[in-house]
Design a protein around this ligand. Structure first.
Ligand code: GLU
Length: 432
């Protein structure tokens, strides 16, 4: 089983979506189910409704999953396993107050030493523990050996016991920390491969240490995806618009194009334009670059345009808010100058908007408008244009400038001959 484990604490970031896509692809390739686990253990940071938003995005991108669970439902298991670790002396109750720990941390910083838990409570006797009325947390005893992590993308690394330290697994409020809940849930879910962002690299040996202490010896494979850098080469933050999936969709990027782009970035791919289903055929985790991927909006625009071109006219028409094939075909002509649905909608809105033409072209436009309204149905643009020339006596700039304004609502744009075939059935609506 694979899993995607989002926290419902904010908007879905493109880095999270990339993780979800890779998990989906690997689950298909390995023919193992995908579990969605909403990591809602950190009650203060949960934002109501974000879980549904994340699930909505997964559906939109065609990421099918077998099961959906909420981490908070596993609380009884987290508590039971913490108790088991305490009984087996693999974990201990720690009564050190946050103030004392802060002082020690500051002293370590002042001495330019890495802060480590100093072991004050590691070996308290049962009596000292049981009779102690003070609040306590539960810490896992730091392992007595180094932990080796093999990462499909990043390669091997080794973490010494001091890197892992005696870290907290249950807080004073009896709720598990992220590392503990995650390690236990991956075990309960019989997870075979964890794909997640590289911000979790230092958590992996801790989670392995937890399962080892619990006596779970099945190996879980790991792959940590490098971070995505913004266009200026800085880490993309929540404040970067382009890092939010919601923003991208609102800007008119197609889910299939966003998915294509996120799979392509920092990867070896046989082609640039593909669907998720095609990627399942060739995708390899070990071909994903371990260097940070750099977000490139122009590339995404290029890919979006390619997917818009591939779309059926009828479907594209519906995406831009119309019901007719012809509007889809018209939108495709506009792809020379538009790359997103939002841009296409703007172009088409101008075509169908009522036109107010003022200044030197006001008079010829009025003549043309009348001639168009009374014109017989012309199959070709040439016949249409010739008819208007004869009827109005206009030619050159005085014919073409106002005609373009009347037909497209813009001063510049595609050749009128290219758009006329799609407009000819709507002339009454367009020139009004
Ligand atoms: N809930 C964690 C996050 O959203 C993911 C943890 C994981 O994949 O192990 O960053």
């Amino acid at each position: 089983m694979l899993r995607f484990a989002p926290s419902p604490t904010g908007d879905m970031h493109i880095g999270n979506l990339r993780v979800a896509l890779f998990n989906y692809i690997l689950s298909k390739q390995r023919n193992e189910p995908l579990l969605i686990r909403i990591e809602d253990t950190d009650k203060e940071r949960n934002i109501p409704g974000k879980d549904q938003e994340i699930i909505g995005i997964l559906h939109l991108f065609g990421i099918e999953y077998g099961e959906l669970i909420y981490q908070s439902n596993n609380l009884k298991f987290h508590r039971a396993m913490a108790l088991q670790l305490l009984q087996n002396k693999k974990a201990f109750n720690c009564f050190c107050t946050p103030e004392t720990l802060d002082e020690k941390r500051e002293a370590a910083i002042a001495a330019k030493l890495p802060y480590r838990y100093d072991g004050t409570c590691t070996d308290l006797s049962d009596a000292e523990t049981i009779d102690n009325p003070n609040p306590f947390v539960v810490r896992l005893k730091k392992p007595d050996h180094a932990i080796e992590v093999h990462d499909i993308i990043k390669g091997d690394s080794r973490f010494e016991p001091d890197d892992i330290d005696s870290f907290i697994i249950m807080r004073a409020d009896k709720f598990p920390t992220y590392n503990f809940a995650c390690a236990v849930d991956d075990m309960l879910g019989d997870i075979s491969l964890v794909i997640r962002g590289e911000d979790h690299v230092s958590n992996t040996p801790k989670q392995m240490a937890i399962r080892e202490a619990l006596g779970y010896d099945k190996t879980i494979e790991y792959a940590h995806l490098p971070i995505i850098l913004g266009e200026e080469g800085r880490k993309m933050s929540k404040r970067d618009n382009a890092s939010s999936v919601k923003w991208m969709l609102e800007e008119g990027f197609l889910p299939q194009a966003i998915a294509n782009y996120l799979i392509l970035m920092g990867n070896k791919a046989p082609t640039e334009i593909f669907t998720i289903q095609e990627a399942i055929e060739w995708f390899r985790l070990d071909h994903v670059s371990k260097a940070p991927a750099r977000f490139d909006l122009d590339k995404l625009r290029f890919i979006n345009k390619a997917h818009l071109k591939m779309m059926e006219n009828k479907e594209l028409s519906r995406y831009v808010g119309f019901a007719d094939d012809a509007v889809g075909a018209l939108a495709k002509v506009y792809l020379d100058e538009a790359s997103t649905l939002k841009e296409l909608r703007e172009k088409l809105a101008a075509v169908f908007a009522p036109k107010v033409i003022e200044g030197e072209f006001a008079e010829p436009a009025a003549l043309l408008r009348e001639a168009i309204m009374q014109a017989p149905y012309c199959e070709t643009y040439d016949a249409f244009k010739n008819h208007l020339m004869v009827q109005t006596g206009l030619k050159g700039k005085l014919l073409f400038k106002p005609l373009r304004l009347l037909l497209s609502g813009a001063e510049h744009g595609p050749e009128l001959a290219d758009i006329y075939p799609m407009l000819k059935d709507y002339l009454g609506e367009i020139v009004k």
